[in-house]
Design a binder for this molecule. Sequence first.
Ligand SMILES: Cc1cc2nc3c(=O)[nH]c(=O)nc-3n(C[C@H](O)[C@H](O)[C@H](O)COP(=O)(O)O)c2cc1C
Length: 170
Amino acid sequence: MKITVLNGSPRKQNTDALVAAFVEGAEAAGHEVEVLKVGKMNIAGCKACEYCHGKGEGACIQKDDMEQVIPAYKDADVVVFASPIYYFTMSAQIEAAIQRVYCIGKPPKAQKAALLLSSGSQGVYDGAIGQYKSMVGYMGLEDAGIVTAAGDENGTPEKLAEVRELASKL
Ligand SMILES: Cc1cc2nc3c(=O)[nH]c(=O)nc-3n(C[C@H](O)[C@H](O)[C@H](O)COP(=O)(O)O)c2cc1C
């Protein structure tokens, strides 16, 4: 399967470790994985101009790094959302990438999704997980699994093994 991972972290630390473990597990199981580090990309918020649903015929009027993300979304059998928790939700960078999918509606081929979250504290995931569950329901995707890593759990062999396991079972 073709797996597209949106990594919403702007830096190379805890979320990247989860993503690396995911890639390892998925590739070992024979999947093709594309990681898009949307956390470091130049992606503006949706302008709600509706150009995409009119003259644009599915194309966004804004020309930025979403031009890399949209083809990967269109191609994906599995979409993975990976992000640090910022103020009880995913990063602004990944939220912008999620909301800009408005131009194509839903990922056309995708069957499954997964969620990887990193945070400083325990008990901060309700917002992000609630959004993810609503989103996969709306997009008609099967939830393949959620892994969270809070505080000291980040980077532990146990946590990374949990992510590899999720990836290998897709
Ligand atoms: C702007 C900002 C907001 C944050 N908000 C939260 C929060 O609400 N709850 C929490 O537990 N951690 C919060 N954190 C901590 C990060 O979620 C945590 O350090 C995470 O592991 C960072 O992942 P990264 O290494 O991929 O950047 C915040 C960090 C930043 C920079």
